[in-house]
Design a binder for this molecule. Sequence first.
Ligand code: DOR
Length: 449
Amino acid sequence: MNTHFDIIITGGTVLLSHPKNPYNIVEESVDIGILNGQITKIGSLSSFYAKHTFKAKGLHILPGLIDTQVHFREPGMEHKENIESGSRSALLGGITAFFDMPNTTPPTVTTETLEDKLNRAESSSWCDFAFFIGASPDNVHNLPTLAHAKHCCGVKIFMGSSTGSLLLHETEKLDHILQNISTKPIAIHSEDEERLRERKKIALSNPGKVHLHPVWRDPECALISTKKIINLAKKYNRKVHILHVTTEEEIQFLSAYKESGTVEVTPQHLTLMAPDCYDRLGTLAQMNPPIREERHQAALWKGIHSGVVTMLGSDHAPHSLEEKEKHYPHSPAGMPGTQTMLTLMLDHVNDKKLSLKRLTELLAVNPHRYYNIEKQGLIREGFKANITIVDLKKKRKITKEWLASKCNWSPFENKETTGWPVAVLLNGQWAMREDELIGPSKGQAMTFL
Ligand code: DOR
C-alpha cells in the first residue's frame, strides 16, 4: 500500500468517474493522490504525506482533456505550425492529448510516414499524442494493417476534398474499408465530393464573396455524404465517427442512428454564426464544413443536450494570415482552435449552455470510451495522472500575446471569456501553471485497447 504520494490535489471539486460505473461522472469534493505518473488513490488523504500538495479550493479538477482533431502541419507545412508549437498551444489551453490528422505533406498514409510523425512527436510534443492514418485510393487494401499500428488512433477518410490532397469518395472503396476494418475507429470528413465539384462555380464566379462559402458547401452536401457513410456502417454493423457536423439536417438524421455513428462538433460552429462571422472576420471565418446560420447552430446545441453529439474537437487548422488574406475562394479553409477550445466552452458553461459534467464527457470520457484509449480520459484509480484544473470564475480576454500557434491569430481575439485552465498535470508532473509551461516537454505516445 502507498503511504505517500508525489502530489496530492486537495480541496477541489473533482469530475470523478463513478467507481461502479466508469462513464458516469459525478462531481465530488475528494482528494487525488498521484504517484509515479498515476492516480493511485482517491478519497480523503489528509493523513497522507506528499512531496507537493496542491490546494485547489474553488477550482474544478477535470480529467486531462483530449483534442481528437488537430492539424499540426508537420511535416511539410511547418511555416504554419509544427508539433512543438501546436502542442504548446494545446497545453496552454488546458489540453493534455491530441489526435493529429493525416493531411500533412507527405500525407500520413504509410507505415513510414506514421513512424516519422511518431518520432518527431517523441522529441517535441508538450502533450500526449496519437496519429490518424489517412485513407487514400492507393492504401485501401493495406489499411486494416496500417490502422492497427500501435499509436494510431484510427482511420481518417476525407469523403470531400478540403486542405491537402487526401480524398476517398468512391462507394466501392468506402465499402471495402468498412467491410474490412471492424475494430478501429473510422473518422469521416463528410461532404459529398460530386456536389462540391458541381457547385464550386458558385464560389469561382463570385470572387471575394466569402459569404457564399456555406452556399457552395451547402447542407445538402453534408447530408448526402453522411447518409452514404451511415448506410455503409449499418450494412456492416459498424460505427463511424462523423467529424465536425454542421447542419440541422445531419443532427436530425444522426439522432435516429446513434448505433451507427458518433458525432463531433467544434467550438467554432457552436460559437460563431453566419452571416455575422463573415461580415466581421471575412476569410478568417472560412472553414470546411462551413460556419452556418442560426438554425444549424441551435441544432448542434440540441445535439449536445440530447446525446447525439458525443465529442468536441477543435479542428485546429492553422494557416498564415498571408495565406488567409488571399482572395476567396483561393484563401485556404481552416482556423486555429486547440488553445481556445476549453475557455470558449467554459464560457458556455457559465452561460448555462451546457454543464461541466457534459463538457467533461465530450472532451475526455467519450474520447476514452469511443477511441478505446488506454488509461486516459477518466479520473479513476489506476489511470494516468493527466489532469486539467480550471477556474470557472476567472475572466479575461483572449489575446494575441497568449496565443502560441505559429499562425498567431484567432477568430476569437479580444473576446472576453469566463472560465480558464489554471494548471495541467501531464503524466503526474506539472506541465502548465498560470500560463507558464514547465519544461522539458513530456508528451508520450498514447496506446489503445
Ligand atoms: O477547414 C478545414 N481545414 N477543414 C478541414 O477539414 C481541413 C482543415 C485543414 O487542414 O486546413
